[in-house]
Design a protein around this ligand. Sequence first.
Ligand code: 13P
Length: 251
Amino acid sequence: MREPIVVGNWKMNKNPDASVQLVQELQAFIGTNGLKTQVGVAPTSLSLVKVSEILSNSPIKLCAQNCHYEDDGAFTGEISATMLQEIGCNYVILGHSERRQYFHETDEVVNQKVKKVLEAGLNVIMCVGETLEEREQDITNQVVERQVKKGLKGISASDMDRVVIAYEPVWAIGTGKTATPQQAEDVHRFIREIVTSLYSVDVANRLRIQYGGSVKSANAKELFSMENIDGGLIGGASLKAEEFYKILCSF
Ligand code: 13P
């Protein structure tokens, strides 16, 4: 059985004080209610330290939205995996389509980062997904296969226990257009097949695959009911504590 994982990717939203407030509101909603899913929040890097202090005794996992692939050095504006580890981060989101699109991250760069984050003892959420154009050209599987294979190059089977893959079709991000549960399920199943071919049935069965792209409380249950959808990576809907909490309760 795979433990589901739902993470709120706050992107470039919420200043440090507002981040603290949002996470406190979320904690109040969760209270002592047992959830069926692991939960994480990914504030901006500027807010990580403050939010980390609040989460020190909390089951909510602290996630970063990105990091560099070197430990330190002359990389103005960047932060490293070991820095994130030191302040109590649990997960790092890597290869988000916005980073691929606006910051020109290639599969090779994503792979270097995946390696570094695992080396620092942290967990990875590696994002993959096709653009609308690629879906229309019917090359979704090819694109996803390339991203998965290149992103995981050189990662050992034992390290795969610390990797989560997020399938985020680019056309569904922030557009209000969600993939249908069946469209998402088809790609999730395909990702599991790729991981089976790279590693083993065991590794693939343990791998958690999140869906991301316009998930909200109104559609979460349907998506999460699919066999190969093990959680969600939530953008806009994670910026409101009550709405995010409702999504968490959809498992
Ligand atoms: P939205 O939920 O706002 O579509 O964003 C999804 C996403 O990119 C999460 O990483």
